[in-house]
Design a protein around this ligand. Structure first.
Ligand SMILES: Nc1nc2c(ncn2[C@@H]2O[C@H](COP(=O)(O)OP(=O)(O)OP(=O)(O)O)[C@@H](O)[C@H]2O)c(=O)[nH]1
Ligand SMILES: [Mg+2]
Length: 223
């Protein structure tokens, strides 16, 4: 049945219009906005915890946590010491711009340098929805298999950067970091790639440098 396709197009167009309004607002405020997308369990929240710890207050972060049902990740962010707003999608597989607009009212985004949005765990649905972000980052963890960039190319095509997480598990997994990297770059040669272990901290410094750079760039373009 194709009956829903025009309706979906209208909905995504309305979403894109609102995302542009949000983007203008973020530009005026000089706030860098990141949309984190990944499969469930790839390590989005753990990377955020590492990021908050590593930046150590040098970048003021705010977080919007997209979760189908629970407040588990929002509680982890509160425990990590950053302002957070939880958005429960009621089982929905992605966040939309109207949800970000509504969450911003509660977050008080005037006092932050960067807003990180943890999208709902899913490598497909979140890729087609503009949230007014500056960059999408796709996280893929090694145990998911090094063929995932090839099987789910949309997330890698939509992203500016890819984080290959759980590199500490390479000795125990048939998947290889190098093959994951090659596959990601074969889908999108422009991807900036970070190989990290959120468990050991390996590779996290390069990721932190990238965030600091993007935040500074955004601030310099403010207005
Ligand atoms: N071995 C290892 N485990 C990790 C690493 N990063 C995260 N984990 C573990 O992976 C599991 C899932 O991590 P989360 O950060 O909750 O994953 P998520 O992507 O936020 O998951 P959802 O929000 O449910 O989609 C947790 O048990 C983490 O401790 C890593 O680098 N190495
Ligand atoms: Mg999470």
């Amino acid at each position: 049945m194709t009956v829903n396709i025009p309706v979906l197009k209208e909905v995504t167009e309305a979403n894109s219009m609102l995302a542009d309004v949000l983007r203008t607002r973020f530009a005026e405020q000089g706030v860098f906005v990141l949309d984190l997308i990944a499969s469930p369990g790839a390590g989005k929240t753990t990377l955020l915890e590492r990021t908050i710890e590593g930046l150590d207050g040098s970048v003021r972060l705010g977080v919007i946590e997209g979760d189908p049902h629970t407040s588990i990740d929002a509680e982890r962010m509160s425990a990590a010491g950053v302002p957070v707003v939880e958005v429960n999608t009621g089982g929905g597989c992605h966040l939309e711009a109207r949800m970000i607009q509504s969450a911003l009212g509660q977050l008080g985004a005037d006092d932050i340098d960067a807003l990180v949005i943890e999208n709902v765990g899913n490598l497909i649905c979140p890729t087609g929805w503009d949230l007014g972000e500056d960059a999408k980052v796709v996280i893929v963890s090694l145990p998911e298999g090094d063929d995932k960039p090839l099987k789910y190319p949309m997330g890698f095509l939509a992203a500016d950067a890819a984080v290959i997480n759980k590199t500490d598990l390479e000795p125990y997994s048939p998947a290889e970091v190098e093959t994951m990297r090659e596959n990601a770059l074969s889908v999108n040669p422009d991807l900036e790639i970070f190989e990290v272990s959120c468990m050991t901290g390996d590779g996290v410094d390069a990721w932190l440098d990238w965030i600091r750079g993007r935040v500074a760039e955004k601030r310099a373009r403010q207005g």
